[in-house]
Design a protein around this ligand. Structure first.
Ligand SMILES: [Zn+2]
Length: 347
């Protein structure tokens, strides 16, 4: 693909350099932080006083966390700032579901451009604020989620040939999201929580189309999720197969996030670290959810498990997924600081 001839962006060079020097830190969960705000339907929808959000829909918006970028921008920026000050080098945009496909549930497709542009801008603003305090460089990762539809398998057991979404529909939707993120100032595109590699391939394809338009190659981080006890993605791939199906895109990182706590993720991460000739990134949940769907693994617990990843030379980047907080990120950053980053094999 022609996109490989594009010059790397300055941030790609800078990140490759930094990742050789030390283990880099990603932020933690947005969901738990947003939950703590105790927002009402009115707060979500932006119908309260002083909100300038120009997008409205007849559907309830409570739970549409991405929309808070537009309706509660100060609160979202503060969460990003807290993660930056806790030690995150890379902070993710709150745009996990900011595609027309995912926003269709809320009839908010029209907000997608604004969500991504503003989503990246408010992370940049939060990081600049943190850097003004301590002088550390920080990077905006534009978060691209899997969407709620899968291209590889049928959601209908009676109709195995049916697909809820096509590769091209995903490519177009991801393209819109990625262009918005880049316009808003994203340094990295992070394709995360991948349970269907075909969805991820559509996102990768869309990245390279967008990079060709801006004339440079941004770092791409690719993160799968293991959803079954045998260590496979939802569409049945082992970590090794997952790597081989995306390695052509020469990602800045390959890794795993979500679904499992750190200890349960370890063997799958070790497999990936053994085959991938690029940087690895792991950001597990804070343990497994309890009966109420809450995560109660404390910062010290999560950090101790991630320190083992570092001691074994499995990671170049790490952070937290569901249930993690700024305190988890601070503990993780401290716990991995004594260890050298994983050496990337020349396969
Ligand atoms: Zn998660």
């Amino acid at each position: 693909m022609q996109a490989f001839q594009l010059p790397p962006s300055d941030t790609l060079r800078q990140l490759q350099q930094l990742a050789r020097e030390r283990i880099l830190i990603l932020d933690g969960a947005m969901g738990t932080q947003i939950q703590q705000l105790g927002l009402s339907e009115e707060d979500y929808g932006g119908h309260g006083a002083g909100c300038a959000c120009r997008h409205h829909s007849e559907k309830p918006q409570k739970g549409n966390n991405d929309l808070l970028i537009l309706t509660q921008p100060k609160a979202i920026e503060e969460i990003h700032f807290n993660y930056a000050m806790a030690g995150a080098d890379i902070v993710e945009t709150n745009t996990f579901s900011a595609t027309t496909i995912a926003q269709a549930d809320y009839a908010m497709e029209a907000a997608v451009d604004d969500l991504n542009v503003e989503g990246a801008r408010i992370v940049r603003a939060a990081l600049d604020r943190a850097t003004a305090i301590d002088g550390k460089p920080r990077f905006v990762a534009g978060a691209v989620g899997p969407t709620n539809r899968t291209a590889s398998i049928s959601p209908d057991v009676n109709d195995p040939g049916y697909r809820a979404v096509s590769f091209d529909e995903l490519r177009v939707a991801y393209g819109q999201q990625i262009r918005g993120l880049i316009r808003g100032g994203a340094d990295i595109i992070l394709i995360e929580t991948i349970f269907d590699t075909l969805n991820a391939k559509a996102a990768i394809f869309a990245c390279f189309e967008a990079f060709a338009e801006v004339g440079q190659r941004l770092p791409v981080m690719i993160s799968g999720t293991i959803t079954d006890a045998s260590g496979r993605t939802l569409t049945g791939q082992t970590p090794t197969a997952f790597w081989h199906s995306v390695r052509h895109s020469r990602p800045f990182t390959i890794g795993l996030n979500c679904a499992l706590g750190a200890s349960a993720m370890r063997p799958h991460l070790a497999e990936l670290a053994g085959v991938a000739n690029t940087f690895t990134c792991a950001y597990p949940n804070a343990g497994l959810p309890n009966a109420f769907g809450q995560y109660d693994e404390g910062p010290a617990d999560t950090a101790a498990q991630i320190a083992e990843f570092a001691a074994e030379g499995l990671i170049n980047l790490t952070g937290g997924c569901c249930g993690t907080t700024p305190d988890h990120i601070r503990a993780i950053a401290e716990a991995v600081a004594p260890f050298a980053p994983r050496e990337v094999p020349h396969v």
